[in-house]
Design a protein around this ligand. Structure first.
Ligand code: ASP
Ligand code: MG
Length: 402
């Protein structure tokens, strides 16, 4: 018998009407003869509301208690869904994190699921639908823990793995993964099939359909995923390993984000150890450096180094660089009005000329490239923020994604 994990996000559960609608989806799936484990998020906005409440007490709210507070959002939806299913004459039962139990390790508010017990739920699946709250678990010593914001995707994938489900379906408010942001690029198309690697790149690069770490886990254990809409009947996007996909196009999607900042150190001494001296304190402060470019020095004595970081780390990076007297430079410039535009596609590996085509396209739009980075299936450039959508549209067109 087919076993499915169905995960419903906060928007899908945002009101009583929606919860009843979700119950109907679950009922139909169950009638088609599948065993179902349902993972729920809190109602849309609920977790933020709870965070705000804690802040009214203190900004440094005790993390153990914060986990008790935040986990309550999913307790509500678990019970409401189970109740709504019972109303439809379907047997359903909720298990809270400590009842399963879902074991976690790591610190409060940022734990990881390591295991869960399956016997009693597996037994129940023969007669009804099991409902499990996303985003939480219980530690070795019995404390409630949460696994990081947006964590119910991770719960769904972990449950799919531990229960050996055939598929993990992520129900959300969009009907799949698109070749670019459909809100800004009207010609963007829904992708029917995509590989884990591509999905991972796209979600890390700004396509906010699924939590990247959950995609990573699914890839590691080869768990087929499907992202689909709660609000339409249409087929979603299937995510699985590359062997299952025929690549007719070199590029699968164009992503963009406006989360980066660029820093340039001008006239840095060109001698061994300088780059290490620059990046060591950043590393210590856990600031993630993304792209790095070093120019060839013309005078053999000095060079320029450009790198990018997350925009939210800019202030901290500035402080660290300016008080670092082990590096000598002539000037330093900061630019947080930049965007990162990326093309992603597993088909790139076997298609020559993709890099040239991207640069040519941007040149034709007179868009200046400020930094470049590549991986096997991705090519990213940093450009002026004001050119973002023009660049995305152009690339979407020239790679035949419209
Ligand atoms: N309710 C949690 C959050 O808002 C988990 C989730 O929705 O995935 O972060
Ligand atoms: Mg959510």
């Amino acid at each position: 018998m087919i076993k499915k994990v169905l995960k419903f996000g906060g928007t899908s559960l945002g009101s009583i009407e929606r919860i009843q609608h979700v119950a109907n989806i679950i009922k139909k799936e169950h009638e088609s003869g599948c065993q179902l484990i349902v993972i729920v998020s809190a109602m849309a906005g609920k977790t933020n509301e709870l965070v705000d409440l804690s802040k009214k007490i203190t900004k440094n709210f005790n993390k153990r208690e914060l986990d008790v507070l935040l986990s309550s959002g999913e307790q509500v939806t678990c019970a409401l869904i189970a109740g709504a299913l019972n109303e439809l004459n379907l047997k359903a039962k909720s298990w809270l994190n400590w009842q399963v139990p879902i074991l976690t390790e790591g610190e409060h508010t940022n734990s990881r699921i390591i295991n869960m017990s399956i016997d009693k739920i597996n037994k129940f699946l023969k007669v009804g639908v099991a409902i499990i709250p996303g985003f939480q678990g219980v530690s070795k010593n019995g404390d409630i823990t949460t696994i990081g914001r947006g964590g119910s995707d991770a719960t769904a994938v972990a449950v799919a793995k531990i229960f050996s489900a055939d598929v993990c379906e992520i129900y959300t408010d969009v009907d799949g993964v698109y070749s670019s942001d459909p809100n800004k690029i009207p010609v963007a198309r829904k992708i029917d099939k995509i590989s884990y690697d591509e999905m991972l790149e796209l979600s890390s690069l700004g396509a906010k359909v699924m939590q990247p770490s959950a995609v990573q886990t699914a890839m590691m254990y080869d768990i087929p995923l499907e992202v689909r809409s709660t609000f339409t009947n249409r087929k979603g996007t299937k995510i699985f390993s590359q062997e299952n996909i025929d690549y007719s196009k070199s590029v699968t999607g164009v992503a963009y984000s406006r989360d980066d900042a660029k820093i340039t150190l001008l006239g840095v001494e060109d001698k061994p150890g300088v780059a290490a001296n620059i990046f060591e304190p950043l590393n210590k402060a856990q600031i993630n450096v993304d792209m790095v470019i070093q120019n060839i020095s013309s005078d053999q004595k000095t060079t320029d180094i450009t790198f990018t970081i997350k925009r939210e780390d800019l202030l901290n990076t500035k402080l660290i660089l300016e008080k670092n007297n082990s590096i000598k430079y002539v000037d330093i410039t900061y630019n947080d009005k930049v965007a990162k535009v990326s093309i992603v596609g597993a088909g790139m590996v076997s298609t020559p000329g993709v890099t040239y085509k991207m640069f040519r396209g941007l040149a034709d739009e007179s868009i200046n490239i400020l930094a470049i980075s590549t991986s096997e299936i991705k090519l990213s450039v940093i450009i002026d923020e004001k050119n973002t959508l023009r660049a995305v549209k152009k690339l979407h067109t020239i790679f035949e994604l419209d």
